[in-house]
Every structure is written in C-alpha cells, then in structure tokens.
Design a protein around this ligand. Structure first.
Ligand SMILES: Nc1ncnc2c1ncn2[C@@H]1O[C@H](COP(=O)(O)OP(=O)(O)OP(=O)(O)O)[C@@H](O)[C@H]1O
Ligand SMILES: [Mg+2]
Length: 871
C-alpha cells in the first residue's frame, strides 16, 4: 500500500461529516455524504503504558512522584491523555473522530469545502513537497494548513511550525488550537513576545506544534539547527506569505525560509495567502507546487461612493458603472456633521446585519464611532440590551474598574471601535461580541484586515487612504475580503468612500496596478543589506556555511538572487560588503584552516583554506536575536550597568532591559515630576545612577529652559521605565495610560516590547560568564514583564483568561499557587472572588489542572533529556 494512503487527510476527506451520526449531510458543494465513522469508546490507559513506566522509572525524585500522584488525583482526563500509549496508526479512527468532533464543536465545521479536499489531495501534499496556495479572503485556507499540521504530528510523527504575522494573531491561534491540543494530545507552544524556549524542550511522547511570529520562528529555527534537531521538524506553514515582500519582517521571513531550504532532508514548506502577486518567483524560491482557486464562500460586490452616488466596480469591463443614489435622509445639520455620508451607508445594514468601517487613523476610528451613534434612534438601545451591558461590565473588569467614554457611549448602540490603542483583552472582548452579533458595527484601522477573522456583511473604507498613503491593491484586497459572513449572508459588499479627486488613483489601483502588482519583492538588501548581514551571521554562527563559496551558495538560494537583475543588485558585491562590515564590527573573524584533500597521488594531502567564524559578540548577537547595529552598544550597556546595579526595587532593571529602539514618545516632564514626588529615596537612587538631575526635570516640567546632561535616549528609556514601574505596582492599565497620557494599547505594546528585549538580553548574556547576574535575574524578571505585575500574583497569571484583579483576590484568599487552585472547589472560589460566575470558576480550576500537568510533563521531559545517552 502506498505510504500516504493511510493518513489523516485521506480519512478526513473521505469520511468527515456529521460526527457520530449516520444521517446524510450536505457538503459545501451540495452533494451528500454519509458518515462512516463510528463512535469510539474512550481508551483506558494501558497498565503497561510507556508513559506510566517513564513516569515511575525516569523520575526517581520522590517529590516528583508525589506530584505525579497529585496529578493523578486531580485530573483523570489529563492523566489519561498523558498515559495513552501513543500509536499513531493504530489510533487512526479515534484520531479522525476526535478531529472531526472538535471542528464541529469549536468551529461549526461539518464538512470540507470542495477546494479544500482538492488541495489536500494534491500530489505535493501527499508527497510532503512544498506547496503554495492562494484563495480569496475567507476561503478557509487555515483549515487546510491545520489538517496538514495535524497529519504531520500524528501520522508522520514530526513537529510542526505555524508562522503568523502578528503577536495578537499568534495568541488568538493558540487559544483556538488549545482544545485540539488538549483533546488530541500534542504540545501547543506559543512563540510570541517573551514566550518561547530556545531550543525547545526535547519531547519524548507527544509532538509539538509551535505557533510563532516571524521573528520568533527565526530564532526557533536557529536553535534547532544549532542543536542538530531540524530532523524533528516535518512542516513549516507560513500564513500570509505575501508578508515576505513587506519590509524588515519580510526579510526575516526570507532568511528563515532560506535556512529551512538549506537543510537536508528539508521540512515541507507550505505558504498561503489571499494576495500573491509575483507568484513565479516565490514558487522558484521555495521549489513549490502551486494551487489556486477563486473560491469564495460568499460572493463579493464592490462599490465606490462619491457624494451621494454609488458606482459598481465591474471586474469584467474594468470600469466603474453608475449604480444608484443613496437615499438616506439627511438634515442640513447632519450633512454638516457627516459630509461623506458614512452613516447613510452604515444604516443600510445595521442593526439587521453587520458592518466594518475601516478608517485611516486611530483617532478617526473613535470619531466615526461617535458620529454613527449620534445618528442612531433611541429604539436601538433595546437590541441586545442585557448582552451589551454584560460586555460593558466585562470591559470594565479587564480595565480594573474603568472604561473609556467613547466605548461607554457607543456600545449600548452596538457600535465600537477596534484599533491598537485598545489592550489585547479589550480587543478580544470586542471581537467576540461582534462575532456573536452583540455589536453590529466596528470602526477599525487596517490592522484588523490581516489575520483577525472578523467578517461582516458590509465593509466600508472610510477613505482610500491608510494613514496618509493611498491604498495599495493588496491592502484593498485584504480589507474588502472581510466582506461576507459564511453561512449568514449570500453576498458581501465593499464600499470605498472617495472624492472626485481620488478617482484617477483609485481606478489605477483597482484596475491597472492590480495586474502588475509586484508585492513580493525581496527586502533582503533593504537598509544597507541589513538582513543579508543577519543571514550570513546566523549561517556562520550555526556552522551552516563557513567558507566564502558556501556563503555565496546560500545567497544564491534566496529570493533576492532570483530577482537580482530586476532589483539591480550584484550578489558578489553584497556578499563582500556585508562580510567586511561583520569583520569591521568585530562580529565575525577570518581564520586559516587546514583541510584534508583527497587526491590521486596522496590520500592525505592538506590544503589551507579561509573560513569565517563568529566572535563571542557575534555568537551572543545570534543567540539573543539582537540587531547587529546595537550589539556593541548592548554589550557596553550591560557591562556598565553591572558596575552600579540597584536591585532594591525593579526600576533599574526595568531601565536596563528597555529596548534601544523605543517608539518616539513625547516625554511628559510634568507627569514625571508628579510621580517622583511619590517616590521613596531608594527609588530616586536610580536617577542618580543615570545622572538625571532632578532640577532639570523640574525646570522642564514648568517649561523653563534647562541644560540636559543625559542623552535623549537615556531620558526616554527612563521615562518608559517609570510608566511600566506603575504596572509593577499593580496600578491598573487604565490608570497608568491615563496618568501618562498614552493609549492603553501603547502601554501594553511597550511592555510587550520590553519583555521581548529582556528575553534577548537573557540569551545574549548567557555567552559571557561575567554577565552571570543577568543569567540569574532575568528569567524571573522576564516572567514579571510578560504579565507586568507584582511577584505575588505571578504564578496565577499563566492561567489563560485570568486578570490581575481576580488574581489579586485569589492570592489574598490564600490561593497563591497553581496547585492550590487546581485542588480548589469552584464554589469555594466563588465565595472569595467578587462576581465570579460558576462557569468561570470551573474553567479556572480546569486550566490550573492542565497547566500543572503540562509543567509536570515538562519536568519529565527535562529529566529525560538530562540523562539521555547516559543510562
Ligand atoms: N469547510 C468549512 N466549512 C465551514 N466553514 C469553514 C470551512 N473551512 C473554513 N471555514 C470557516 O471559514 C472562515 C474563514 O476561514 P479562514 O480564516 O481560514 O479564511 P482564510 O482563507 O484564511 O482567509 P484570510 O485570507 O482572510 O485569512 C473561518 O471562520 C473558518 O472557520
Ligand atoms: Mg487566513
């Protein structure tokens, strides 16, 4: 039998319909299928299960055995998951049933779309060859990739990497895959912001699915190459592959894919996107097969609105055709407030259907949300009144008691804004409410168009600009792609609000540029060959390539090499210049090495050759994924900080771990001075260490001219450290944002940047013995930064969904550890935490048990790794 015949994909494609039923169901293409899956009983853990043996023989430490018993007592199902004798092939029918059930339960997916079956049936997929597939937005691309990854984990018994474009999207994906990991039994590991372990733990029993941002995936691949563990990896999936053509991030993606391509045997690479322009180059670069479909579960109708006239975008004739006149009745005053007639377009769909309004800026989002509700009739307040009130309460809760005035005003009407100024928790609540129909209209920035799955009946582009740049075709496609809710509306509509002056560029964008869009150009040589230098450095450090020829060979495998003529770059010059830069900056050095040469005359002839090696600084730069341009300054900074380190409170450590490339925030000297008045003397010592003069701050606060001793960068880094220090003292996000006059989202993204940079410093410092204090201090500090909170509630913050307010109440009631929560009765928790619903209490206990089991399993894996090849 063909080796591929038995895999999960085949099973899913052929027999996946309504779980446990034998009734006929309609597939997406209208045909009927009959379930041939049987209900399978839960498998009892076999007495002689591998894992049970491992648990009891590997781990001789008594306390760990106790912990094992504790887990046994705590959570039968988790234990069973751990104790299943894992035999992928023999478990196949069970696995299939479970996957199908999970897809139905959590995603309401009952059958694969026809195109999904076709795609999964491609020879490339069957032979694990590289594959790129493109489909319009909302076509269901993710599911195909997820099935391929599950197949890799369970059928091929190899790990998988799933690369997504943003931290928030990674977090969302981890949430949505968690039930699959719990039920099916694989490790789901998040690599975003400060999360992720390098190299990852070597797992003995279950396979791992790593869900990563591009940058973290790059570090993960580096660590696997370094430890010679690439063969554990079966598949690398890249969502939104068109990102390869977008700036520094795209260049990093190109670097990591080039490294994966160099490895033999090469893990399968799968890329997907809705918008891929120069697909030919990408196919060559990845040596991939191509699959394309125009399938869209709902039809898309596109319009442009100018004044009160609507034109239809006709894709056949590539023209705008007069369609209709808007008939929303405006008073004179209303027209003054809403000259672009946004509300007219919105009112045609809400409250019956849903609407997204893309705005050019964050401020504009909030203004448009307020504008919309100012037109709304009072009777709309009756819709979903209770659910909206609960939403407001939840928002107040995640903000620890507060909420911004705009949301307070707009949510009762079912309208909200969504942009990066909101915290992740706020965004999540708003997204869920929109998907559930509790909110019917969101005003948002273009960030919502990538990755986040929030479809709406109507999408309105408030203007053809993003920030102050004219819309690109790729952006237009991403935004318009949100139009149409599968299963809820037959048609999705996209309206672009434009002025007459925009007509020419708009038509160019819609009809001309669309065809010649070269969105996926390599960005490796951007910023003075920055990414090339990083690629060369990591290849040298990982000993993938050490000679000039092999480095040239590596460069020739890049996308840039394929586009070199068109982009007018000379690879040889690039290589020479980049190597010279790395030598000049003391990142690499050249060494002469003797090499054995096979020849006819003598078998042992030795020749000399030049090889490249990393210096200690170079090695640290790779280990910490630190930007080359700051490697030397970071080393100096860490050395100097050691001389006068103040550990009395976390403020100085916060300053030390501040990124070098903070966003350009205006320093509020008045707030700084106010805050300093509350500071104790020992806290003020940090000012002295940094040579920041208090008088200088006072003068600046009242607008007097003052001479600054410290650099602008030091001042900014201290300023941001002060903001985050407030969070460490458990001040609420809302209060911190308000006091420092920043958006809550900015504060959150700042601490996420600091957490990420502190992780980099941790790995960077490990290369130097003299940096031992950092090795000791940073692991726990990174954890504090990840949740930006006090030490006392840190152990509970790992629990998904737990907020600082609840964690504080639990700690005060004596639930200080995961273990204590895992043992708790939900009704006991309800007594000590205000307004804690039973369901949430049960989930808290369940998550605590799961996390505890995971921690125990990690320890067992670590123990096994420690004694590997010894016993
Ligand atoms: N076979 C299916 N049956 C029903 N719903 C499906 C099916 N496959 C996917 N979906 C649903 O369709 C929606 C869109 O899917 P998905 O997010 O994968 O689209 P996409 O192609 O990745 O779009 P984008 O380019 O916007 O990211 C999701 O809600 C998903 O759960
Ligand atoms: Mg997608």
């Amino acid at each position: 039998m063909d080796d591929f015949d038995l895999d999960l994909v085949d099973e899913l494609c052929s027999s996946f319909c309504t779980p446990y039923s034998s009734q006929n169901i309609k597939t997406a293409d209208g045909s009927s299928t009959r379930s041939n899956r049987k209900r399978t009983s839960t498998i009892d853990p076999p007495e002689n299960s591998i894992i049970k043996k491992v648990c009891l023989t590997d781990v001789t430490n008594k306390s760990m055995i106790d912990e094992y018993d504790e887990i046994n007592m705590l959570d039968e199902s988790a234990l069973q998951m751990l104790c299943e004798e894992w035999e992928p092939r023999s478990q196949f029918p069970t696995l299939l049933d479970r996957v199908a059930d999970l897809l139905e339960k959590y995603r309401n997916i009952r059958a694969l779309h026809n195109w999904q079956k076709k795609c999964l049936d491609l020879p490339a997929r069957r032979k694990n060859q590289n594959l790129i597939y493109t489909l319009p937005t909302s076509g269901g691309k993710t599911l195909v990739a997820e099935i391929m990854m599950l197949n890799c984990l369970f059928h091929r018994n190899l790990d998988a990497i799933f690369i997504l474009p943003f931290v928030a999207v990674v977090q969302e994906k981890v949430r949505s895959l968690q039930p699959f990991a719990d039920e099916l039994g694989f490790h789901l590991e998040e690599y975003a912001s400060s999360k992720g372990r390098y190299p990852p733990l070597k797992r003995r029993i279950k396979r791992s699915l790593y869900v990563c941002t591009i940058e973290k995936a790059n570090s993960l691949i580096n660590s696997l190459i370094e430890k010679n563990r690439m063969s554990e990896l079966g598949i690398v999936v890249v969502d939104e592959l068109h990102m390869i053509g977008e700036g520094q991030r795209g260049a990093t993606l190109e670097c990591l894919l080039t490294k994966v391509r160099m490895h033999k045997p090469q893990p399968q690479i799968v890329g997907m996107s809705a918008t891929l322009a120069n697909i030919g180059d990408l196919l060559k670069f990845l040596d991939a097969q191509f699959y394309e479909e125009r399938f869209r579960p709902v039809e898309l109708e596109e319009y442009v609105k100018i004044n009160d006239f609507v034109y239809k975008i006709d894709r056949n004739s590539n023209q705008l055709i007069e369609h209709r006149q808007l008939d929303f009745k405006y008073t004179k005053q209303q027209l003054l407030n809403d000259p672009d007639r946004i509300v007219g377009l919105v009112s045609e769909v809400i409250p019956t259907d849903s609407c997204l309004v893309f705005c050019a800026s964050k401020l504009n989002c909030e203004n448009v949300a307020r504008l919309i509700v100012s037109f709304m009739p009072e009777k709309l307040l009756e819709d979903n009144r209770e659910k909206r009130a609960i939403l407001l309460e939840s928002l107040v809760e995640v903000n620890e008691g507060d909420l911004c005035d705009t949301l307070k005003t707009t949510i009762p009407f079912g309208v909200a804004y969504h942009h990066s100024g909101l915290t992740g928790d706020e965004r999540q609540l708003i997204e869920e409410a929109f998907l559930d129909g509790i909110l019917t209209c969101l005003t948002c920035t273009s960030t919502l168009s990538t990755g986040v799955n929030l479809p709406a009946k109507r999408v309105i582009l408030r203007s053809p600009y993003v920030a102050n740049q004219f819309l690109t075709f790729a952006q237009y496609k991403q935004m318009s792609g949100r139009a149409g809710r599968t299963g809820q509306s037959q048609i999705g509509e996209c309206y672009v609000i434009a002025h007459e002056r925009d007509m020419k560029p708009l038509q160019d964008m819609l009809f001309t540029i669309a065809e010649n869009d070269t969105g996926c150009d390599s960005h490796l040589s951007l910023n003075n060959n920055y990414a090339i230098k990083q690629l060369l450095l990591s290849a040298i450090s990982l000993k993938m390539c050490t000679t000039y020829e092999s480095l040239m060979n590596l460069l020739q495998k890049t996308l840039l090499a394929l586009q070199a003529d068109r982009l007018n770059v000379n690879l040889e010059n690039l290589l020479d210049e980049s190597l010279q830069y790395l030598i000049d900056t003391n990142i690499i050095l050249i060494k002469e090495e003797e090499q054995q040469q096979q020849s006819n005359e003598s078998d042992n002839e030795k020749v000399k050759r030049l090889i490249y090696e990393t210096t200690k600084l170079g090695k640290a730069t790779v280990e910490g994924s630190v930007e080359l341009s700051i490697a030397t300054s970071l080393h100096n900074h860490l050395t100097l900080s050691l001389i006068n380190m103040n550990l009395e409170n976390p403020l100085h450590l916060l300053y030390i771990t501040m990124p070098f490339d903070l966003p350009n925030i205006t320093i509020g000297f008045r707030q700084l001075v106010d805050r300093m008045q509350e500071m104790k003397n020992e806290e003020k010592l940090v000012l002295k260490l940094l040579e920041i003069d208090e008088t200088f701050l006072h003068k600046k606060a009242v607008g007097l001219p003052a001479q600054q001793k410290v650099s602008k960068e030091t001042m900014l880094r201290f300023y941001v450290a002060m903001m985050l220090y407030d969070l460490f003292k458990n001040k609420s996000f809302y209060d911190v944002a308000k006091f420092w006059d920043q958006s809550r989202g900015t504060i959150q993204s700042l601490y996420s940047q600091v957490a990420s940079f502190a992780t980099s410093i941790l790995y960077f410092s490990k290369i130097y013995d003299e940096f031992w204090p950092y090795h000791q201090l940073l692991p726990i500090f990174v954890q504090r930064l990840t949740f930006c909170t006090s030490l006392e509630i840190l152990p509970l913050m790992e629990i998904p969904g737990i907020k600082r307010g609840r964690a504080l109440q639990l700690v005060r009631a004596g639930y200080r550890t995961l273990r204590s929560l895992a043992k708790a009765q939900p009704d006991e928790l309800m007594k000590v935490v205000l307004n804690l619903p039973l369901r949430t209490a049960q989930i808290l206990v369940k998550h605590s048990k799961r996390l505890l089991c995971e921690q125990a399993e990690d320890l067992r894996d670590q123990a096994a790794e420690l004694v590997e090849n010894i016993i």
